[in-house]
Design a protein. Structure first.
Length: 402
């Protein structure tokens, strides 16, 4: 069954007492042989039987539409959840209260409710008539980064034949998921992230060429290397021709985020790691708009062979959407992988030159690893200057980004 009746909301003692009265009246009627006692016994027995049937069948054919769906929003954007009920029974449930629990990072505008550290409890008046479909639309505002789900769904309503409430609880997990992306906090001096070195991005002007992508030929000049002469084109035109190749640069980025700070001998969540995730979201947006490939590492612990969060290299809108969702799914009280452990494993995979952008604090052990990277890669670091995030070339020996 989709719904389960909660016996705590139905007083079984009253039914037991009523059954005892029916038995006593039946015995009394047999002894006294009075017709009105038989009539009273029949009326009470009919009430008892109808109540038993009502308790057994009410809510049994109530259906709640439950399709897998994801709503994706940025903070302060509005959305709405639609609960669609269908009561296939003729038995109504009037003047009831629909209740559920949601994560606190979304706020329902028409049904405000206080939130504790993790949850909000939402109560909505609702009547469900017999053999009807009912849609309940609840608008909400996304407030903070994270994943919001609906749980602990139940519906309580007055018993039609007794002076008490009944409650039915929804058995299945509700499949709706609300993904709230991080805020996009701007980062200054993005222009210094460009580097002109051999790569795969096509541009009109660059000192580097992709020898696998020929564009055609042109007349030979004395400054051209001899091995670039195109002999077939030279024979055809009777003039020396040299090959022309696609101009390219490497604009691939590697974003590495540390959401933990080092205190003594243990790692703890940094107080401002939400800002770090917001800066990372802004950088991925910038890279996506410029169509630069990038990959993203975050030292939030996850199960599996790779114990930290990693988005493989990609580009474009779809890759940006994957990056935002990964950032949104990092828990607010995330366990972290030691930053230097993650950097060590990343370094083992750095086979091509990249622009590396570090976000967050560096431990002394992490500093030594990054110092070695600077021999082969360009390393930038995000600093906070005058309450603004600024990209700066990293200086060897610097420990923290603050």
């Amino acid at each position: 069954m989709m719904w389960r009746k909660d016996v705590h909301f139905h007083n079984q003692r009253s039914m037991d007492f009523l059954l005892l009265i029916i038995l006593a009246l039946a015995i009394l009627g047999l002894i006294m042989k009075q017709p009105f006692i038989y009539l009273l016994t029949g009326l009470i027995g009919a009430y008892f039987l109808i109540t038993i049937l009502y308790d057994r069948y009410v809510g049994n054919r109530l259906e709640l539409r439950n399709e897998r769906m994801t709503i994706k929003l940025f903070p302060e954007e509005e959305g709405h959840i639609v609960f669609e009920f269908q009561n296939k029974s003729f038995i109504p449930m009037i003047n009831g209260e629909f209740r559920f629990r949601s994560n606190r990072n979304i706020r329902f505008t028409k049904h405000p409710s206080p939130a504790d550290k993790y949850w909000r409890i939402i109560d909505v008046p609702l009547s469900i008539t017999g053999r009807k479909k009912i849609k309940l639309a609840l608008p909400f505002i996304a407030e903070d980064r994270g994943i919001a789900k609906i749980s602990n769904i139940n519906y309580s309503f007055p018993h039609l034949l007794q002076f008490q409430n009944m409650r039915i609880d929804y058995n299945a997990p509700y499949l709706l998921e609300i993904v709230v992306f991080p805020k996009l906090l701007p980062v200054q001096r993005l222009e210094i992230a460009f580097q002109n070195q051999g790569g795969s991005q096509r541009v009109p002007f660059s000192p580097m060429e992709d020898l696998l992508v020929p564009l055609g030929t042109r007349e030979y000049s004395y400054s051209d290397p001899f091995h670039r002469i195109n002999w077939k084109a030279t024979a055809k035109t009777q003039k020396m021709q040299t090959n022309v190749y696609e101009r390219v640069i490497d604009m691939s980025f590697l974003f590495i985020v540390n959401i933990g700070a080092f205190y003594g001998m243990r790692h703890e969540s940094a107080t401002d790691y939400e800002d770090y995730l917001s800066y990372a979201a802004f950088l991925t947006k910038y890279a996506a708009e410029k169509e630069f490939p990038y990959e993203l590492y975050i030292n939030s612990r996850r199960p599996g062979k790779t114990p930290y969060m990693h988005l493989p290299e990609g580009e474009g809108k779809n890759h940006y959407a994957h990056a935002l969702e990964m950032l949104a799914r990092i828990p607010h009280e995330a366990m972290v992988v030691p930053f230097e452990h993650m950097l060590y494993r990343i370094g083992q995979q750095l086979h091509t030159s990249k622009t590396i952008i570090l976000i967050g604090e560096l431990t002394s052990e992490a500093k030594e690893i990054v110092d070695n990277w600077e021999k082969h890669h360009r390393v930038l670091q995000l600093e906070i200057q005058n309450n603004q995030a600024v990209l700066t070339p990293r200086k060897r020996g610097r420990i923290n980004a603050k």
